[in-house]
Design a protein around this ligand. Structure first.
Ligand code: HEM
Length: 418
C-alpha cells in the first residue's frame, strides 16, 4: 500500500466483499466511517476509494487523472465495450465527446421524449388488454423502440424483443455473477456484430439514416487524424447510445415505485407541471444505479494524507456522494422539494457523473434521461390508471444494478383520455 490514509479492509483482496455487498461496499468503507478516501485491493489491484463532493471535484481534474485503463476489464467486456469514449483522454476524447454532444445536446432531448410518449401510448393499448404487466420489461421495450427510431437504426417488429433482451443483458448480470457475466459477454458480441453491420451498411450506401442521427453521425465521424472509426469502435459507440437509453427503464420503475410510496406526490404531479422536474431529480439522487466511476492517477500527488501514485486506480462512490450528509439534508429521505430552487451542484449530485459534459466525462445522455423520465412521470400520473398488487418491491442494495425485485407489476391498466 502507498503511504498514509486508512486501509478499507484487513482482507488481502476485497473483490468478494464487493460482490456480496453491492452498493453497500463503498459507503461501508468510506462515508459511514467518516472518510472520503480509503485504500483497498480490488480485482487484485491496489485501488483508492473516494466519496463526496470534494473527491468528485478532484476526480474530474484531467491534470491529475486519466480514464484510460480506469474501468476494470470485466466492465469493459460487458457493459461499456472496449475502445469507447469512456476510455479516452486529451484530444481524442474531446473530438469523440463533441460527436456525442452533437446529437445528444439539450436541444435534441425533447424529440426523444416525444418518441417515447408515442411508443408508450401505443403500448398502453396492449397493457390494457393484457391485465398484468411487468413495468421494467415493458418500459425497456418502449425505450428500445425509442432509442432505435431516434438513432436512425432500423428495427423490424420481429426483432424488437431480442434486441431489447440483448441491450438489457449488457447491464443486467442477474442471478449468479458468473452466469450473468457469460450472458452479458455473449450479448455484447451479438450487439457489436449487429451495430457493426449497421455502420457498415451506412458506409456502403445500403442504409440511409437521417442526417444528424446517431447512426449517421457515428458512421461518418472522423477522429483528429481525419480517419473513420474502425467498425468495432463505431459499433461500441453506437451501443453507447442504444444501451443506456434502454437502461432508463430502471429509472422509470424507480419513479413508479416512488409514486407508489408517496400518494401526495402522485396527486400533485397530476396537474402541477413544476413539480415534475424536482421529482425526477430526486428519483435520480435517491435510488442507486451506476455504482462507481473509475480512473487512474496521471500525475502523482497527495490528498487528505493519502499518496496517489502514478497509475493507481481510483473509484468514486456515486450513490454515497448522492447521499453524503455534508451535501444533503436528511439524505435518506425521499424529498423532491430539495430540488425546488436552482440547479443542483455539479459535484454533489452525480448520478450520471459530475462536472461538465462537454469538457469532462460527465454523461452526455443526462438531458435525454431527464426529459424521458419527466415524460414517464406525466404518463404514469395523467394518462393511465393501474393497481399495484401485492409483490416483492424490496430494492436490494446487494444487486448491481438493482431495482424492485418484482420488476414492478401493475394490473388493471386503463388509459385515461387526455
Ligand atoms: C439510464 C440512465 C443513465 C445513467 C445512470 C448514466 C450514468 C452515466 C455515468 C455515471 C457515466 C460516467 C460519467 C463519468 O465517467 O464521469 C455515464 C457516461 C456516459 N453516458 Fe450515461 N447514463 C445514463 C443514460 C445515458 C443515455 C440515455 C445516454 C445516451 C443516449 C448515455 C450515454 C453515455 C455516454 C456516451 C457516456 C460516456 C461519456 C464520457 O466518457 O465522456 N447515458 N453515464
Amino acid at each position: 500500500m502507498s503511504r498514509g490514509g486508512p486501509r478499507a479492509d484487513r482482507l488481502p483482496d476485497s473483490t468478494l466483499a464487493l460482490l456480496a455487498q453491492g452498493y453497500g461496499f463503498l459507503p461501508r468503507r468510506l462515508l459511514q466511517r467518516g472518510r472520503d478516501v480509503a485504500q483497498a485491493r480490488l480485482l487484485l489491484q491496489r485501488t483508492i476509494l473516494l466519496s463526496g463532493r470534494e473527491a468528485a471535484r478532484l476526480l474530474y481534474d484531467p491534470d491529475r487523472f486519466v480514464r484510460r485503463g480506469g474501468m476494470p476489464l470485466v466492465v469493459q467486456r460487458t457493459l461499456l465495450g472496449v475502445g469507447g469514449v469512456q476510455s479516452l483522454d486529451g484530444e481524442a476524447f474531446a473530438a469523440r465527446k463533441a460527436m456525442f454532444l452533437s446529437f445528444l445536446g439539450p436541444e435534441r432531448a425533447p424529440e426523444t421524449a416525444e418518441l417515447f410518449t408515442t411508443y408508450w401510448r401505443a403500448a398502453l393499448v396492449r397493457w390494457q388488454a393484457s391485465g398484468r404487466v411487468t413495468l421494467l420489461d415493458e418500459a425497456a421495450e418502449v425505450l428500445c423502440r425509442t432509442a432505435c427510431t431516434w438513432a436512425g437504426v432500423p428495427l423490424p417488429e420481429q426483432d424488437v424483443r431480442r434486441r431489447t433482451v440483448d441491450l438489457r443483458a449488457l447491464i443486467d448480470c442477474e442471478g449468479d455473477p458468473r452466469l450473468g457475466y457469460a450472458r452479458s459477454r455473449l450479448a455484447r458480441r451479438r450487439c457489436e456484430a449487429w451495430a457493426a453491420r449497421l455502420v457498415d451498411g451506412v458506409r456502403q450506401g445500403a442504409l440511409y439514416p437521417g442526417e444528424g442521427t446517431a447512426l449517421h453521425t457515428v458512421a461518418g465521424f472522423r477522429g483528429p487524424g481525419g480517419e473513420l472509426l474502425d467498425l468495432h469502435t463505431a459499433a461500441v459507440e453506437l451501443l453507447n447510445v442504444l444501451r443506456p437509453t434502454v437502461a432508463i427503464s430502471r429509472y422509470v420503475v424507480f419513479a413508479a415505485l416512488a409514486l407508489h410510496g408517496s400518494p401526495q406526490w402522485e396527486e400533485r404531479l397530476r396537474d402541477d407541471d413544476e413539480a415534475v422536474l424536482p421529482f425526477v431529480q430526486e428519483v435520480r439522487r435517491y435510488y442507486p444505479f451506476f455504482p462507481a466511476i473509475a480512473a487512474r492517477v496521471r500525475t502523482p500527488f497527495r490528498w487528505r494524507g493519502v499518496d496517489f501514485p502514478r497509475g493507481r486506480r481510483v473509484m468514486l462512490d456515486v450513490h454515497g456522494t448522492n447521499h453524503d450528509p455534508r451535501s444533503w439534508e436528511s439524505p435518506e429521505e425521499f424529498r423532491p422539494q430539495r430540488f425546488g430552487t436552482g440547479s443542483a451542484d455539479a459535484y454533489s449530485f452525480v448520478p450520471q457523473g459530475g462536472g461538465n459534459a462537454a469538457t469532462g466525462h460527465r454523461c452526455p445522455g443526462e438531458w435525454v434521461t431527464v426529459e424521458v423520465l419527466a415524460a414517464a412521470v406525466r404518463l404514469l400520473t395523467r394518462e393511465m390508471e393501474y393497481a399495484v398488487p401485492p409483490q416483492d418491491l424490496r430494492v436490494s442494495s446487494r444487486r448491481l444494478p438493482t431495482g424492485p425485485r418484482s420488476g414492478f407489476v401493475i394490473t388493471g391498466v386503463r388509459a385515461l383520455s387526455s
